[in-house]
Ligand binder design. Structure first.
Ligand code: SF4
Length: 340
């Protein structure tokens, strides 16, 4: 049986932003990450994916629900277990410009975690470990005495990766690790992460809004919209046969390298933007932007259900066990002008 390194059960994370206003950044999501796999979490900015990652890391406390790491609730870890958790679960941040201390030398940044967890050895062993880590991420061992401002964006992200690897983690939450980088550098960083995973047996939660990169790196993908997971499946299946109208729209915006296929492709434009809180009233929270909205969508919130093996979607177009749009649900709302 596959081992779930991380399990998230009915997780909610709400932020109070005023006397009567609450932002439901994560609103009842459940998923797991198995040992050695990469789970991609995708969605537009503001969909809750970063908050979800940070709550899994223990940076935020859940409003409701729980996060289990190796079967233990992250919220109630005892001191020793918490120390082990903070060593074994690391994060790579979105912005390599602000996530590294500009006053520290690169060698000290990388050694900091090893020292905190008593893994550095003596001074010369620590230096050797730092140089080896720099080499592992494609940088020179001679860079230890430099400051981060002396490096390019891609090199800084490599330093961030070396810092995470220094404490020999098992799970790394990669929070948009490539979105601040030039396109030419993005593939290099993704390839590096994949190589490190193969070499070290790492497990990744890879948070991104770029679907093409997520497809490349992830074994399974979960699509988030307004604090909810609206579709999840093995990545090949999700990209070949997206079901949820939101996933379809996101994928239709991904450029295809073949210009003939690209020219023929139907691009689905989403109405409006993802703004504000998840409180869209009763019903599907995507309905204001959905080209397939129908009567039931305003009345009932669709639940995530397994429509084919391993493929889950939260949309009234589908019934449990059927990945075809259900004729029974095909009452398109002509009055709303959203008929397909
Ligand atoms: Fe669109 Fe209705 Fe499905 Fe929501 S439930 S995605 S509004 S068809």
């Amino acid at each position: 049986m596959e081992e779930h390194l991380l399990e998230v059960r009915n997780l909610k994370k709400y932020f109070k932003t005023g006397k009567h206003h609450v932002v439901k950044a994560v609103d009842d999501v459940s998923f797991y990450v198995s040992k050695g796999e990469t789970l991609g979490i995708v969605g537009e900015s503001g969909c809750g994916k970063t908050t979800c990652g940070r709550t899994c890391m223990g940076i935020y406390s859940p409003t409701e629900g729980e996060v289990l790491y190796k079967g233990m609730s992250v919220g109630s870890l005892q001191r020793k277990e918490r120390q082990r958790f903070t060593k074994e679960v690391q994060m790579i941040f979105q912005d390599p410009y602000s996530s590294l201390d500009p006053r520290m030398k690169v060698g000290d940044i990388i050694a900091e975690g090893m020292l905190a967890h008593h893994m550095a050895g003596d001074s010369s062993q620590c230096t050797e470990k730092v140089k080896k880590l720099l080499a592992d991420v494609g940088l020179s061992g001679g860079h230890t005495d430099r400051y981060v401002h002396e490096f390019s964006g891609g090199q800084r992200q490599r330093i961030g990766i070396a810092r995470a690897l220094a404490v020999e983690p098992e799970l790394i939450v990669c929070d948009e690790p490539i979105s601040a980088l030039d396109v030419s550098v993005q593939a290099q960083i993704v390839n590096l992460l994949m190589k490190l995973q193969a070499d070290r047996g790492l497990t990744y939660m890879f948070i991104a809004h770029d679907l093409s990169m997520v497809k490349y790196i992830s074994d399974r993908t979960a699509v988030m919209y307004h604090g909810k997971i609206v579709e999840t499946a093995p990545s090949d299946l999700l990209y070949e046969n997206p079901l949820h109208p939101y996933t379809k729209a996101l994928l239709s915006a991904v450029p295809i390298p073949d210009p003939i296929v690209e020219a023929k492709k139907r691009r689905i434009s989403l109405r409006g933007e993802l703004t504000g809180s998840a409180d869209t009233g009763i019903g599907c929270r995507f309905r204001q932007r959905c080209e397939k909205e129908m009567g039931i969508c305003a009345k009932e919130e669709p639940m995530l259900q397994e429509v084919e093996k391993g493929h889950f979607a939260a949309c009234h177009l589908y019934k449990e066990g059927s990945a075809s749009e259900s004729p029974a649900c095909g009452r398109y709302d002509m009055e709303g002008g959203n008929a397909d």
